[in-house]
Design a binder for this molecule. Structure first.
Ligand code: ZN
Length: 100
């Protein structure tokens, strides 16, 4: 036998960028679409960050700022290595799951 009751359910109606505090929701044709990136990490034993968990929700602009900084670090790391190509504008893109 099933017993029914009304239940109050919380649902996500907006998501805010943890850096600039702008909404990551974009409204198109009357529908809201979440356009966001995430930066997260969990560190364990052996790390100086042992036990720390990081998570940032990022808007597209702030995500790009983070990925450009990482791409620049990668370029500086490889600058004098002639056997490896410097990362281009596709740095970080997953070719199997991207439209490009
Ligand atoms: Zn942002």
């Amino acid at each position: 036998m099933k017993v029914y009751a009304e239940k109050l359910v919380e649902t996500v109606v907006d998501k805010i960028c943890d850096v600039c505090e702008e909404s990551v929701m974009i409204e198109l044709n009357g529908e809201k679409h979440e356009e966001s990136g995430e930066l997260s990490a969990t560190f364990g034993y052996g790390s100086q960050e042992d036990g720390n968990v990081y998570h940032l929700d990022l808007c597209e602009e702030c995500f790009k700022t983070a990925i450009y900084a990482l791409r620049d670090k990668r370029r500086a790391t490889l600058m004098f290595d002639e056997e490896k190509d410097l990362p281009d504008e596709k740095f970080g893109l997953d070719p199997k799951r991207s439209a490009i």
